[in-house]
Design a protein around this ligand. Sequence first.
Ligand code: COA
Length: 389
Amino acid sequence: MYVREVAVIGVGLSRFGERWDAGLKELMAEAGLHAIEDAKITSDDVEMIYGGTMASGSFTGQEHVAALMSDQLGFKNVPAVRIENACASGGSALRLGYIAVASGIHDIVVVGGVEKMTDVTSSEATSALGGAGDQEWELFQGITFPGLYAMMARRHMHDYGTTEEQLASVAVKNHDNAFKNKYAQFHKKLTIDEVINSKMVADPLKLLDCSPISDGAAALVLAPLETARKYNDTPIKILASEQASDTLRLAERDSLTGIKATSIAAQKAYKHAKVSANDIDLAEVHDCFTIAEIMAMEDLGFYKKGEAGKAVADGETTLQSKLAINTSGGLKGCGHPVGATGVKQAVEVVWQLRGQAEGRQVKDAEIGLTHNVGGSGATAVVHIFGRSN
Ligand code: COA
């Protein structure tokens, strides 16, 4: 049972990208120390740590990452638990942190997410990421993550007339936003032609339709809303935290053109927050591939089925729009260190709601949403945030 409201009182991010200068420890310290400083807490205040990472063992050989996070941030004897839920590890860690505070069990909780993916070859990374799907039925048969999302894209194109240009417009918009984000992996604007003419990865998805392999970390600090102002003048309220699951393998889903776990988690979140899709000013959605952003826009109820592709191409989701999507640059432009992504999405929404998003600030942002997916949709986590004054 929820007994109290929860607020984010501090956030921090490492720079995302190919970080030859930093290992797991340095990435966690970069993000974590910023979050602690931002929250104005001391290490004595922290009661619990949840650390999200998907495949630190496969990528770096390092397991036991939450304890390492605690050690690295100087928390002595604070309980720390690693959360693994594929690319939704960060979002799930945040949800558990939220539950710990909302239930009254803990007061100050640190939530972190990290992944160091670039120390292995692309094929080793592809194989590690494949573990998010069904090993026996998908990866062992030769299907990769770009391959799974390519099938969803093809079916969406078949059923709704979605075009390659519409897919490409997601990448163009998100690289435009990433260009304004100093933490982003890519600071390179794209054109539709560049995306369409980039090398084929899994038809119809090209290189520039895909999120990259990335290193990065994100962290935030949670507190009960009633005492949040003791630490921070601009606490951001968590209005809802919901999650749903679906079959691990794509072949058993009811539909290939949407992610049912997203729709279920979103509907529960809107109900809990007492808002509707129309009230959302900005959303960080899980655009691991361009088709994923289009499906998310529909599954989250922002657009009717089949209408999101045209909306992005028509410029309806830019920083100036009524609903801005992926202001950070999303997974596509900002980068996708898988275990960090769900936490990074929340960090971006907090900055936006505080009015601290610098050159990519959405005007008068009051309500923000994050959407974090694990695998090809077997897990979806949705959070809704609001200003507390
Ligand atoms: N977007 C933009 N540029 C990218 C990119 C991406 N997704 N991936 C790589 N690049 C760039 C690199 O920076 C590099 O540029 P440079 O030559 O200027 O240095 C160039 O393209 C080649 O990079 P390389 O690492 O050789 O690419 P690759 O072919 O090994 O990997 C993908 C490309 C698309 C296969 C890889 O990024 C990938 O697997 N992405 C999907 C990750 C994924 O599945 N995540 C989980 C989702 S659920």
